[in-house]
Design a protein around this ligand. Structure first.
Ligand SMILES: Cc1cc2nc3c(=O)[nH]c(=O)nc-3n(C[C@H](O)[C@H](O)[C@H](O)COP(=O)(O)OP(=O)(O)OC[C@H]3O[C@@H](n4cnc5c(N)ncnc54)[C@H](O)[C@@H]3O)c2cc1C
Length: 415
């Protein structure tokens, strides 16, 4: 463990000094030099494989999750100190790996897990030694997640799980999954679910990749047939899974809308900045209509950043992002789609035709970005569902009618 020496008592100048010393020592010189020339240069010298290989050093430093306690893999500092660290690291674009662990699983462990579970699972998650995915959605349960049918039956000190999940991002490269399963079909649908941590490397877990519009296979179908989970890997009480999953889902919305503690820059850079660079590169920056469109998106991006700052400040002050994370989610999804669409418009015919090879990477980066952004309004809860949340919890509009409220899950008709 080579944790950097930053504490809550460190002054901003001391923090900057320690981070700079760590960067000079731990970050390869070629990355540092390329970072000074911008993201494209960095991308050219740093492959994903290089980054993954180097990443445990980042994890060990505590700088990946500075606000987490020391024994959980962090530095135990406040959000203010974390912001100084983040500003200093931002030009290097040190993306957090394992986001479904760091955001989704960790949120549930912090809110509802035991200290033993946190100490067991968080440090290897931070180092990306154990990768995580999320087994929530099913073919018949996406927006209406509470209707899920995958069942877990108690057998001694274990639970035995049977069912099918879908859309499971990165399951094919993951070691563990957070899993929501039905444990009491006699209860109404929101009450009979339990939240588990599932080891994916075992018989009874069959992961099948799905091909998406970009040609990549990011997500999977996962078939569970007698998979086993020790009771010690249950998070929260049996039957309380819906409440536990709320912390995961809220944190996921924050992550997808970039209001996680890293902020937009850390998680991939400003879309408007890269639009401006593309407009310059393609000779379109002098076109007043292009400038108008870019500046509109830039202004939208500022609004998103400020909204995210507000959510971060609420969380740092001990509050919950609650329904506010839905604002960021809805806004960011549409904004990113508009940014990607304009990017593709700027590169013109280059977005329509290119040399084809067998390598799925033959897609121009801008085209891949535009195609991938179609999912933004679906992943992490659809925009429609997030608008429902805002309508009900922020605007206090009447709740959506539910004819099966209070009815045992097993008596609700299913297709
Ligand atoms: C790229 C990607 C990655 C994902 N990764 C994961 C993952 O790792 N783990 C995981 O568990 N899930 C994952 N998901 C699943 C995602 O959470 C679901 O796709 C999402 O919740 C929608 O569910 P559904 O696809 O079943 O659509 P449905 O729920 O069938 O919805 C279909 C349409 O109906 C609309 N709709 C449904 N109900 C309502 C309502 N009450 N009011 C208004 N409109 C409504 C929806 O907005 C949508 O337009 C991922 C999805 C995507 C696209």
């Amino acid at each position: 463990m080579t944790r950097v020496e930053i504490t809550e008592q460190s002054t901003p100048d001391e923090v900057v000094e320690v981070v700079r010393a760590w960067v000079a020592d731990a970050v390869p010189g070629t990355w540092r030099e390329a970072a000074a020339q911008g993201r494209d240069a960095l991308r050219r010298v740093r492959s994903r494989e290089d980054y993954e290989k180097w990443y445990p050093a980042f994890g060990d430093s505590g700088l990946v999750v500075p606000t987490w306690r020391y024994e959980h893999g962090g530095l135990g500092v406040s959000a203010d100190v974390a912001r100084v660290i983040d500003r200093e690291l931002r030009p290097l674009n040190l993306r957090r790996l394992n986001p479904l662990g760091l955001h989704n699983a960790a949120a549930a462990l912090f809110a509802h897990g035991t200290e033993e579970q946190r100490r067991r699972f968080l440090p290897p998650m931070v180092r990306n030694d154990e990768k995580w995915c999320q087994l929530f959605s099913e073919p018949g349960a996406g927006s209406d997640l509470a209707s899920l049918a995958t069942k877990a039956v108690r057998s001694g000190d274990e639970w035995i799980v049977t069912g099918q999940k879908v859309w499971t991002t990165w399951a094919h490269v993951s070691d563990f999954a957070i899993l929501l399963a039905r444990t009491d079909p006699d209860q109404p649908k929101h009450k009979g679910m339990t939240y588990f941590l599932l080891d994916l490397h075992q018989p009874g877990v069959d992961v099948r990749p799905l091909r998406q519009i970009t040609g990549d296979s990011e997500f999977n179908e996962v078939f569970l047939d007698g998979a086993r989970i020790p009771d010690a890997h249950r998070v929260g009480e049996a039957g309380d899974g819906w409440r536990v999953s709320a912390s995961t889902l809220s944190s996921e919305r924050q992550m997808v809308s970039s209001s996680g503690s890293g902020g937009a820059g850390r998680l991939g850079g400003s879309g408007a900045d890269s639009l401006i660079a593309t407009a310059r590169r393609t000779g379109r920056w002098d076109d007043p209509l292009v400038r108008r469109d870019v500046m509109r998106l830039w202004a939208q991006e500022q609004l998103a950043e400020w909204t995210n700052d507000r959510i971060r400040a609420t969380v740092a002050a001990g509050g919950s992002p609650g329904a506010a994370s839905s604002i960021g989610k809805v806004h960011q999804a549409t904004l990113n789609q508009r940014i990607q669409d304009l990017t593709v418009e700027l590169i013109g015919a280059d977005a329509l035709a290119w040399e084809r090879t067998d390598d799925p990477d033959h897609l121009p980066r801008e085209v891949r970005g535009m195609l991938r952004s179609r999912a933004n309004t679906t992943e992490g809860g659809t925009s429609d569902i997030n608008k429902n949340i805002l309508g009900e919890r922020v605007l206090r509009l009447p709740r959506e009618p539910d004819p099966y409220k209070g009815v045992p899950w097993k008596d609700i008709p299913r297709s």
